[in-house]
Design a protein around this ligand. Structure first.
Ligand code: ZN
Length: 297
């Protein structure tokens, strides 16, 4: 986990990285917060971004990937007690969106949609300068837009979600399937490594490997299809794309933009800027700190 002391302008003043053990998470988080607080005497709030669903109306974590339910159930209450600070817990995609909005690729926009493409696919909506979380806190789940009605089952229970074809694990699965099916496909660099990752595919594409390049381009088409839906729905000013899968750079951003242009309503497409996120792994700590600050305003 990554912890940071963030100032009012969204600049990181101090940071700590630590491995968190699920069994003692609250005490470890409290200890990290205490260490960071020692560098400033004006800390007003503690923000926690987690990969999961959070109901901000009652501060309950509904579910969290990779964390036991018993542990996150009372996270808000336990952290408030352990730190004495006002605590805000937020979904990681929402936190990243707010970070990019305030201090990254979203600066200057009033309305934006943020999409995080990594292990899963998340999204967040900022309307008129505020995070819009929907009726119960879960708006922006763009990873679960249906892309293929005949597609594979998704973790959400639906089939053919964007996440089943364009998340990092899905890129690896599709590459494997194709390599198994078509012996003429060459993934010369990756073929040598049995346990290759989506980052390896992106790296090979950047080195000019044809097969890897095709896999990245197709991933871009899927993401672009999802983005086109968002643009048609919201006529949004800016789309910011983040997450590990976007580390492929222009190799993935260009096919995304091409596909959006092909599929979106032209007038909406023309009004939208589609850009890569700027803050990388700092987006979540910066965003959740500013959300925690602004929640009290
Ligand atoms: Zn789904």
């Amino acid at each position: 986990m990554r912890a940071a002391l963030v100032d009012n302008n969204g600049q990181i003043l101090e940071r700590r990285d630590a491995d968190i053990s699920p069994n003692s998470m609250v005490s470890q988080l409290a200890e990290l917060a205490a260490q960071l607080r020692s560098a400033s005497n004006s800390v007003s709030a503690l923000g926690i971004a987690i990969p999961g669903l959070v109901n901000r109306q009652n501060d309950r974590v509904i579910s969290a990937r990779d964390l036991p339910p018993t542990l996150v159930e009372n996270l808000h209450e336990e952290l408030t007690r352990a730190t004495g600070l006002r605590v805000e817990i937020e979904n990681d995609a929402n936190a990243e969106a707010y970070g990019e909005f305030k201090a990254g690729a979203g600066v200057g926009a009033r309305n934006l949609f943020y999409m995080m493409i990594g292990k899963g696919i998340g999204g967040a909506i900022i309307l008129e300068g505020r995070l819009w979380t929907g009726a119960s806190g879960f708006a922006g789940e763009v990873g679960h837009i249906t892309i293929d009605t005949e597609g594979l089952e998704c973790v959400c229970g639906n089939t053919g979600c964007l996440e089943t074809v364009a998340s990092a694990p899905s890129i690896v699965r599709r590459a494997r399937e194709r390599l198994n099916r078509d012996s003429t496909s060459s993934l010369s660099r990756l073929g040598l490594r049995k346990d290759f990752t989506a980052a390896d595919v992106a790296h090979a594409a950047n080195e000019g490997d044809d097969f890897a390049l095709m896999m990245i381009e197709r991933t871009g088409k899927y993401i672009g299809t999802g983005v086109a839906t968002v643009i048609n729905l919201l006529n949004i000013e800016r789309i910011v794309l983040g997450g590990d899968v976007m580390d492929a750079g222009p190799l993935i951003l260009n096919p995304i933009i091409q596909e959006v242009k092909r599929r979106a309503f032209l007038r909406c497409f023309e009004a939208t800027e589609i850009v890569a996120a700027k803050l990388g792994a700092d987006a979540a700590p910066i965003g959740v700190a500013l959300l925690a600050r602004d929640a009290s305003a």
